[in-house]
Design a protein around this ligand. Structure first.
Ligand code: AMP
Ligand code: MG
Length: 404
């Protein structure tokens, strides 16, 4: 919790920018948006049917002369008088004199023989004046503020922005997040590892985590465990708002990352936490060109990397994008089996969640530790055990964090 507070202290929301509406999904609006039109722009028909004058349908039945046909996109030219009707399509502007629209399903056409449009016979079981009409400005009026700053843009808002004439909008942008997996042993997923090698699973996983957390991921390739390569790739990564490294932050002879970050002027905020998995995590900041860069050195083991990302990087990305500093959503449930907790580290353990008639059941899974991604892939959540030497009994209430 202290580490989380230290990260939160360092995070600043990004300054708003003007973006095309097509790039704004999920972002926070940074301006009030007013409409430049009435919507609908005219009294319009809500159905395909016939626009009729007041009084013509008092008994629900009438035979009316068809004046003209108005499709969406056209404008009517004739006034609807008593005894007459205008054939009108959904969305088309209502002719003058029209009091309501009768839907086409309640009519029968008697085409004219002389090239005229003929007559329509109406049998409306239910009829009320004003039916099937939407009045000009019923949804919004020109000048109305339809969205206010701070609103999160979902697909509906993207549609609304378009309706009120916006193709660009001021928003808090996604932070850019560069990813640098490090290790001499790493090969790309398409390669079969030679003896001593393993595949780079963290790189693709972190890119996916960043995307889902609302950041723009930037791939830097694999950093090798030597000063030159790390200096060059870390420098490139510091151009982003956030740099996320994996590996090279614990106590091995090739764990060069903290030293090189220091050399590049990145200020350490913390290194190593009482956390399991995730103990070696490193966090620091760099102020450059008036912007504060965040640097997370995540542990190399994939599950440690993921847990540290969800605990610390996800809330930081959310805050930079203008949202609250918040991580995975927490739920309470009851343990289905005993769990033995030992030691002084807060523990996050993969678990399955199940809704039962007695509430949410939390079942710790069989798991081989921080290198066991397969075990994590079976999990719905990470269940949290506080640091204490204690056996948790079946039925005890625990907190779990949904993996999404
Ligand atoms: P390190 O902290 O660099 O010693 O890494 C700890 C463990 O995580 C080692 O077993 C590494 O081989 C493994 N590891 C490091 N980076 C990755 C990666 N990108 N993908 C999968 N495993 C990794
Ligand atoms: Mg390494």
């Amino acid at each position: 919790d202290q580490a989380l507070a230290l990260v939160e202290q360092q995070v600043r929301p990004k300054s708003p920018v003007q973006l095309p509406v097509s790039k704004a999904l999920g972002l926070l609006l940074a301006e009030d948006v007013a409409s430049d039109v009435d919507s609908p722009p005219h009294d319009k028909s809500l159905v395909d049917g016939y626009a009729v004058a007041a009084g013509d349908l008092a008994g629900g039945e009438a035979r009316l002369k068809i004046l003209e046909e108005v499709v969406a996109g056209a404008v009517p030219s004739l006034r609807v008088e008593k005894g007459a009707a205008t054939r009108i399509m959904t969305g088309a502007p209502l002719p003058e004199g029209a009091a309501s629209v009768v839907m086409i399903e309640q009519t029968e056409l008697a085409p004219g023989t002389d090239g005229s449009l003929g007559f329509v016979q109406i049998r409306a079981e239910k009829y009320s004046p004003g039916q099937n009409i939407m009045r000009r400005g019923a949804s919004l009026r020109s000048g109305d503020v339809v969205l206010t700053a701070g609103h999160r843009l979902r697909p509906a808002e993207i549609g609304l922005l378009s309706e009120v004439g916006r193709s660009e909008v001021k928003v808090v942008p996604r932070p850019t997040v560069a990813v640098l997996p490090t290790g001499d042993e790493l090969v790309e997923p398409a390669v079969r590892p030679a003896p001593g090698q393993i595949r780079n699973s963290n790189g693709p996983m972190l890119l996916a985590l960043i995307d889902r957390a609302g950041g723009t991921p930037i791939e830097l390739g694999i950093g090798r465990d030597n000063r030159d390569d790390l200096l060059q790739k870390i420098s490139a990564g510091l151009a982003a708002d956030v740099l996320v490294l994996s590996g090279g932050v614990s106590a091995g002879v090739l764990d060069l990352v903290p030293g090189i970050l220091a050399e590049l002027g990145v200020q350490k905020v913390f290194h190593k936490l009482r956390l399991k998995p995730g103990k070696p995590i490193w966090f620091g900041v760099l102020d450059s060109d008036g912007a504060r860069k965040l640097v997370f050195g995540l542990p190399g083991n994939p599950v440690s990397s993921l847990v540290c990302f969800e605990l610390f990087v996800r809330p930081a990305i959310a805050r930079m994008a203008g949202r609250p500093f918040a991580g995975l959503s927490a739920v309470r449930g009851r343990l289905t089996s005993e769990f033995v907790q030992r030691g002084e580290r807060t523990t996050y353990y993969p678990a399955a969640l199940e809704e039962t008639s007695e509430g949410l059941a939390v079942r710790p899974l069989s798991w081989q530790g921080s290198a066991d991604l397969r075990g994590l892939a079976a999990a719905d959540a990470l269940v949290r055990f506080p640091p204490e030497d204690r056996t948790f009994a079946p039925g005890e209430s625990v907190v779990a964090y949904r993996l999404g």
